[in-house]
Design a protein around this ligand. Structure first.
Ligand SMILES: Nc1ncnc2c1ncn2[C@@H]1O[C@H](COP(=O)(O)OP(=O)(O)OP(=O)(O)O)[C@@H](O)[C@H]1O
Length: 317
């Protein structure tokens, strides 16, 4: 994936771990159409009875900040996501797994606004965010990590950090002649710089601050991507294969940071191909297959689920 669009988000925290919500979902059909990168909001009013919550204050939804309801996305004749529904519990590290082509990345893209669903909706902290463009989704505190774009490789690590929350009161105001506003902007920049150093320190890459991002190892880049995402002060992070190409010792460090952040109350949804990693680190696992949510539960539930084994072996489920 690419590009970076992140902003200040909501800071909220409360923990509750443990899953145990195991269920197998059935099939539904929807409209089969194309369309792709539309940025316009597509809000569907249909609500499934079990997830009627939507209190904009989030009071009814604190336990499950993210709810995905009956999402469907087609590309031409290909049904990438087919009536997918699930929830992510606050303060958990939840894994989204499935064989190649199961619809995981498309689901991520639907949640974060990179794609607009044909049907269904996405609720975050009780608010319907379906079809919002990525920067607006990030504004709500739901942030995904982005690979460092090629053009940013020629900037230093610290410069990359300073670019992260770009929707702050800033550019338009720079030209303002109002002294009070200018002071405000300068203060924001100082605070941002301080926080950038804190994050670099947290991820133990502060010694690389002046290094060009392009010179970092794969693992160091992943640390920088995570640090950048956190600089926007999100409520929940979506990680798409954060450990791909990372050597074992950096992977271990990155995982330690993720667990530490989870203990602080951050919520994570993680797509990862390494099954052992998912099973050892996630409290809850959602399995997709052929665009649908096949099942979900604790790692031990999932390990014992024959449908999951069959899906991975390419059998019929
Ligand atoms: N932009 C697109 N245009 C056409 N088809 C697409 C597009 N994006 C995804 N697909 C198709 O949708 C299906 C689901 O793809 P998706 O990438 O979401 O699966 P995935 O579970 O992330 O797979 P992988 O683990 O291999 O990355 C696949 O058949 C894929 O070829």
């Amino acid at each position: 994936m690419s590009e970076s669009e992140e902003t200040t988000g909501v800071d909220d925290a409360s923990q509750s771990v443990d899953g145990g919500r195991t269920e197998t979902r059935g099939e539904t059909d929807g409209v089969d159409e194309r369309d792709e990168t539309g940025a316009e909001p597509t809000t569907t009013d249909a609500q499934s009875p079990s997830t009627l919550d939507t209190d904009a204050t989030g009071s009814e939804t604190g336990e499950y900040p993210l709810r995905v309801e009956n999402l469907r996305k087609t590309f031409g004749g290909i049904v990438a996501v087919d009536d997918a529904s699930f929830e992510v519990e606050r303060g958990t590290l939840t894994g989204l797994i499935g064989p190649n082509g199961a619809g995981k990345s498309t689901t991520f893209n639907l949640i974060t606004g990179m794609h607009t669903p044909d049907e269904g909706r996405v609720l975050f902290n009780g608010e319907d965010i379906t079809g919002l463009p990525p920067h607006r989704v990030a504004d709500k505190g739901l942030v995904r990590t982005f690979q460092i774009a090629r053009e940013l490789s020629e900037m230093t690590v610290l410069e990359n950090m300073m670019l992260a929350p770009k929707h702050q009161r800033g550019e338009a105001l720079w030209r303002s002649v109002t002294p009070g506003v200018r002071d405000d902007v300068v203060r924001q920049e100082e605070e941002l710089l301080e926080r950038a150093w804190e994050m670099l320190d947290f991820f133990e890459i502060d010694h690389l601050a002046e290094e060009y991002a392009g010179n970092l190892s794969g693992g160091q880049r992943k640390l920088l991507e995570m640090a950048r995402a956190l600089l926007t002060d999100p409520d929940m992070l979506l990680l798409d294969e954060p450990f791909a190409g990372v050597n074992p010792s950096l992977e271990h460090r990155l995982l330690e940071h993720v667990h530490e952040l989870r203990e602080q109350g951050y919520t994570f949804l993680l797509v990862e191909h390494d099954m052992d990693l998912i099973m050892q680190n996630c409290e809850h696992v959602i399995v997709m297959h052929q665009g649908k949510v096949l099942t979900e539960g604790t790692p031990s539930d999932i390990k014992q689920n024959e449908q999951v084994v069959e899906a991975y072996l390419g059998g019929n489920v």
